[in-house]
Design a protein around this ligand. Structure first.
Ligand code: ADP
Length: 619
């Protein structure tokens, strides 16, 4: 355990003390044991000691005599024919007749004492190490340690403030969330201000948003800003194999948190325990018990004890309403995917950690990485740095970052995947088909780059489009155009090769999704007007939907979706047919170079336009 290293130093004095005590004990025992030895002596020595009145007590058995002197040494001698034995003993003043216990076999004796010592050692070690752990827990320098004690052992980690703690300034682009959370920070700083006026602060706040948007970071930043301990646990850690264990963990966690108040408890993935309790047959007793325990713990403490609970989830709709009622997680803080400015800020925050060239244009990178989460952006910066190292450079350049955007979005280049020439040609036409349809529709965003280098994500090539500015709304025409663009790849294949391939599956999926959303959610058809036929059930995780209409309507929806896609597919084909010359030219360029940038694309497009115009005028 890497994090345990600092306390090794603290254990060294204890180990030394142990060794010294152990040594001294053994010397003492050894001496004692030497004294306890029985010395075998001759009968003459025995008689001499009687004469000198040195024997204190003696015990005569049928074969030998055991006797002690005044100093407590024990002797042993054989029994002889000696009729005056008792008389002489009596005269010498020795006691006899009482039995003298023969000292134990020295080896056995030593083994037993050694065993006892080891046992003692273990007990003392346990006591000391437990004390030590407690001390480390109080030590503000320590980053983390596993909590112990109670039934639910190892419940979570305590992060006590550490030197490299997270602050609000480290979390970029989530200004609203920071605003909402700063009130909690203020409260943890100066609770009196709030109690004076009689205000109770929310006990809990729920951070809601897609994965990787910085929810954990924000919770840590609250702890960092308020300078309080931070208990972190994942919801799934509560759910144990045995019923009741999770509830015990919850109790344990709250008990420890209250001892450390003011502090922050952070429960990640709270949906793991906080799912709606329902009456379906497949109930999960353990989860329900854990949730009940959590609810009652949250009710159990007063608002002003200084324990603030933050929880994160990307499935808010699945949470039990009981969790969301006032007095529990009554604050809901949205942590959305960053917008353009947010992405630029996040890139800058992470770029501070690496050595980066001064003329890197973060805006372009942020535009290219549209829709990326904070975690992905952090990854982009890191991938860029790794690439610079791989290529033996000392600073990260713009193109490193641009390449890593592709890596993060489309996966690594697949070096060992060789396309046959025919395949390469098909992929070239397919990708140019998309781009050309996009370019010919004025409202579509221009192409930035097309490549036909296979990626680990499975894409054999792709067209990267960057929207000039951030869009929040899409018009019906734009969606239609997008569907046409998506069909462009397949349309090009049909037009040129008179054959179709499996390469369009992803396009088909996306086009269908868009067309479906037009019909069922965006109210963009005359037939259904403004009626929702579908509801989004999983807003932050891919946006799954569930149908909310009659079976007949479903059939109708399906027909309409097919109709929309069919129309746009035909339109894409038409556009390509009109520009087949350009399609050939650009595809040839792409086939030969494997990559084509937006400018090159536009150059060929414009110049070929001229040739076409010239050609047509010649006719
Ligand atoms: P979540 O809990 O929402 O899934 P995390 O907080 O664990 O996401 O974020 C993962 C990583 O992504 C962070 O460690 C950080 O490096 C990066 N990150 C995410 N959002 C941001 C942001 N807004 N600002 C800076 N870095 C971010």
């Amino acid at each position: 355990m890497g994090e345990m290293r600092p306390d090794r130093k603290k254990t060294i004095p204890f180990v030394l003390i142990f060794l010294v005590v152990f040594g001294i004990m053994n010397v003492l025992i050894y001496r004692q044991f030497m004294q306890k030895q029985v010395s075998e002596v001759g009968y003459n020595v025995f008689m001499k000691m009687i004469d000198e009145k040195k024997i204190k007590e003696a015990s005569v058995t049928s074969t030998y005599i055991l006797f002690n002197d005044a100093d407590g040494n024990t002797y042993k001698t054989g029994l002889m024919e000696d009729s005056e034995l008792y008389e002489r003993l009596y005269k010498s003043g020795a006691t006899f007749g009482a039995e003298i216990v023969e000292p134990m076999n020295p080896l056995l004796y030593y083994a037993i004492t050694f065993g006892v010592q080891i046992l003692l050692l273990i007990i003392v070690w346990k006591i000391i190490s437990r004390r030590l752990m407690k001390k480390i827990g109080d030590d503000p320098d320590m980053m983390s340690f596993s909590m112990s004690g109670g039934k639910g052992r190892g419940t979570g980690r305590i992060y006590v403030k550490s030197k490299n703690d997270v602050r609000f300034r480290d979390v970029a682009g989530e200004e609203e969330a920071k605003d909402l959370l700063s009130e909690i920070v203020n409260y943890l700083h100066e609770p009196e201000k709030y109690t004076e006026i009689g205000a109770t602060l929310p006990k809990g706040a729920l951070l809601v948003g897609p994965p990787g948007t910085g929810k954990t970071m924000l919770a840590k930043a609250v702890a960092g800003e308020a300078d309080v301990p931070f208990f972190s646990i994942s919801g799934s850690e509560f759910v144990q194999m045995f019923v009741g264990m999770g509830a015990a963990k919850v109790r344990d966690l709250f008990k420890q948190a209250k001892e450390k108040a003011p502090c922050i408890i952070f429960i990640d993935e709270i949906d793991a325990i906080g799912k709606k309790r329902d009456s379906s047959l497949s109930t999960n007793d353990e989860r329900e018990q854990t949730l009940n325990q959590l609810l009652s713990e949250m009710d159990g403490f007063e608002g002003n004890t200084g324990v603030v609970i933050l929880a994160a989830t990307n499935r808010p709709e699945s949470l039990d309403p009981a969790l969301l009622r006032p007095g529990r997680f009554d604050r809901r803080i949205p942590v959305e995917l960053p917008d353009l400015k947010g992405r630029i800020d996040i890139l800058k925050v992470h770029a501070k950690k690496i050595r980066i060239s001064e003329n890197v244009d973060f805006e372009t990178i942020a535009k290219t990485a549209s829709g990326a989460s904070g975690a992905q952006l952090a990854n982009i910066v890191n991938e860029g740095a790794l690439k610079a190292v791989r290529e033996g450079r000392k600073v990260v350049q713009q193109e490193d970052l641009m390449e890593s955007v592709e890596v993060v979005i489309a996966g690594y280049q697949k070096k060992n995947k060789i396309l046959t020439n025919k395949e390469k040609l098909v992929v070239s036409y397919h990708e140019v088909g998309h781009a050309l349809v996009a370019a010919m529709q004025t409202q579509s965003a221009p192409v930035t780059k097309i490549t036909i280098i296979p990626r680990t994500s499975g894409a054999l090539g792709y067209t990267m489009q960057v929207d000039e500015d951030e869009r929040n709304l899409m018009t019906k025409t734009e969606i239609m155009n997008k569907i046409a663009t998506l069909s462009g790849g397949r349309a090009a294949e049909e037009l040129i090769f008179n054959e179709i391939t499996t390469g369009a599956s992803n396009d088909i999926e996306q086009a269908t999704k868009l067309a479906r959303a037009m019909v069922t959610r965006f109210g963009m058809t005359d037939e259904f007007d403004m009626v929702a036929m579908e509801v989004v059930t999983n807003q932050y995780l891919g946006g799954d939907t569930s149908l909310a209409c009659a079976p007949e309507t479903q059939t109708k929806i399906d027909h309409m979706v097919v109709e929309i896609v069919r129309t746009q597919h035909a339109r894409a084909k038409e556009i390509l047919q009109q520009n087949v010359q350009k399609l050939h030219e650009i595809a040839k360029h792409l086939y030969e170079n494997e990559t084509i940038t937006g400018e090159e694309f536009m150059d060929i497009l414009n110049s070929s336009e001229n040739t076409l115009l010239n050609g047509s005028s010649e006719e």
